[in-house]
Design a protein. Structure first.
Length: 106
């Protein structure tokens, strides 16, 4: 019996790579912002929308992250995504989505 598998979502994979790289650099001491931005740009490959998605989700979940102590690192992750070329015209939408998700609303 064959197992049905969903196809990999290329945007989801790229988004996960962006999230992983931003998180890794945000926790690195000392921070190397030039290397972080360069790597994020390579991963995003011109996809400012995906960088905006990550930055907006992080900024939108600020209240939750302040409560659990993650905010300083998350703010830095968002800043790195913005510096790497996040599409700022989409940022407000993704901040709102991040707020909804942090409240458990989908």
């Amino acid at each position: 019996m064959a197992i049905s598998r969903r196809r990999a979502d290329p945007d989801g994979i790229t988004g996960a790579r962006i999230a992983g790289a931003a998180s890794r650099y945000a926790r690195q001491e000392p921070l190397d912002p030039e290397a972080a931005v360069a790597e994020l740009r390579v991963i995003a490959n011109g996809r400012g929308d995906l960088l905006a998605e990550r930055a907006g989700e992080l900024l939108g979940s600020r209240e939750e992250d302040e409560t659990n102590g993650l905010w300083p690192h998350r703010a830095l992750e968002a800043a790195l995504c913005i510096a790497a070329g996040a599409d700022l015209t989409l940022l407000t939408e993704w901040i709102e989505e991040g707020q909804r998700r942090s409240k458990g609303v989908r």
